[in-house]
Every structure is written in structure tokens, then in C-alpha cells.
Design a protein around this ligand. Structure first.
Ligand code: CA
Length: 219
């Protein structure tokens, strides 16, 4: 899941980003509204965590623009106030959810996951192919009933390949969906992750290289 945090309190933004990365999400951070809006224009995020009170462009304004663009991106708005009037105002601007500061981190994670599920309605709760099963919520992978321990990136790659349902997925798409913007597109990072993922999944091989196109998972 690809998440953007737009929050001008650097410490809070960075702490939330670290926490979400530990949950296996690919996270980008913007510290003001304009930078946030620019990132949201370039990348198709699943969920944007949007502070309401921002320099540059306010959270309200950014929310309004995102809603006008009719993207699949879901927005959860953070606000200092928990008043009902604020909540209604936030939702009427096109936010999908609303969380008052201070919030419990676990609450934020739960809301983001719920919104992420709505952003991709076709994704089944459990992804399977042959004898491989991946549970996105519990972050567990099994092959033939045996647990397979994966790193966050390996898990993300497998999740995308399973979601593609046998279709070819390019390295560029994997970079876009599993890595954050700090990933260097010219490195061998996808290839290396693919190699360790294949090794951990064992035989018979499931992930096939389609020369010049990418990778596909064949059960
Ligand atoms: Ca703020």
C-alpha cells in the first residue's frame, strides 16, 4: 500500500512515517500543502494522511482539489479539533475519514487499512495462487501450509504479483507500488528482491521472468 503523509509538524510526520513503514506500507512525506499536492499529482497513492492546518496550501484546499480530480486515492484528514462541526466540514470537502489529534497510532493504522481496502475494492482479503496464500491484514505468507518469512519489500512484491492474477508486472510498476520515492530506479533493487523472494518461496518456481516485460506469477 502506498501512503502519503502531509503534515507540517516534522516530528509527528516522521514518527508516523516510520510506524507505517514498520506496518509494511510504502510511505512518502510532504511537510507543506504545495509539496503534498505535487506528490499526489505525480503518484497514485492508495491513502493520503492529510493534516488540515498546513502552510502553503491548506488541507481543506488540497482535499477539495483531490476530490475534484476524482482519483481512487482515499483521504484521511487530521485535525486539532474533534468538534462535530469540524468533522462535518472535513467530510463535506471530500475527505473519506477524519481523525482528531492527538490520536492513537493503532487507530490511524486501522483507519488507513480500512480506506486502503475501499481504494481497491477488487482485492480479496486473502490472495492465493496454487499453494501460496498471502494475508495482507495479518502480513502472513504460507506455501503448502508452511509459513514463509518475508521482508517488507519481498512481501509487497508478492502481494502485487498475486493481485495481478497471472498478468505480467513490470519492474517499473513494482518500483512504483512497493518502493517509496527514495528508491533509485536505476538500481538492481527489484531484481535482488525478486531473487531472494524466489529462494524463500522454494520449488517448484512460481515467479517467471518475461524477458523485456517483467514478471508474472504462475501457479
Ligand atoms: Ca499542522
Amino acid at each position: 500500500m502506498r501512503v502519503l503523509i502531509v503534515e507540517d509538524e516534522h516530528q509527528l510526520a516522521d514518527a508516523v512515517a516510520r510506524g507505517l513503514r514498520r506496518e509494511g506500507m510504502a510511505v512518502d512525506v510532504a511537510y507543506d500543502g504545495l509539496a503534498g499536492h505535487e506528490k499526489a499529482t505525480i503518484t497514485q497513492y492508495d491513502v493520503i494522511v492529510l493534516d488540515r492546518d498546513l502552510p502553503g496550501m491548506s488541507g481543506d484546499e488540497m482535499c477539495r482539489q483531490l476530490a475534484a480530480e476524482e482519483t481512487l486515492t482515499r483521504v484521511i484528514m487530521l485535525t486539532a479539533s474533534s468538534g462535530v462541526a469540524d468533522r462535518v466540514a472535513g467530510l463535506s470537502l471530500g475527505a473519506d475519514d477524519y481523525l482528531a489529534k492527538p490520536f492513537a497510532f493503532a487507530e490511524l493504522v486501522a483507519r488507513i487499512r480500512a480506506l486502503g481496502r475501499r481504494a481497491t475494492p477488487a482485492a480479496p482479503p486473502l490472495l492465493t495462487a496454487g499453494n501460496v496464500a498471502l494475508d495482507p491484514a495479518r502480513r502472513v505468507v504460507e506455501r503448502a501450509g508452511r509459513p514463509v518469512q518475508l521482508t517488507r519489500k519481498e512481501f509487497g512484491v508478492l502481494e502485487v504479483l498475486l493481485g495481478a492474477d497471472g498478468a505480467v508486472v513490470s519492474s517499473e510498476e513494482l518500483l512504483e507500488r512497493v518502493w517509496d520515492e527514495n528508491a533509485d530506479p536505476f538500481t538492481t533493487t527489484v531484481r535482488v528482491t525478486m531473487m531472494t523472494l524466489r529462494k524463500k518461496l522454494g520449488d517448484p518456481p512460481l515467479i517467471h521472468t518475461v524477458v523485456g516485460a517483467g514478471y508474472r506469477l504462475v501457479a
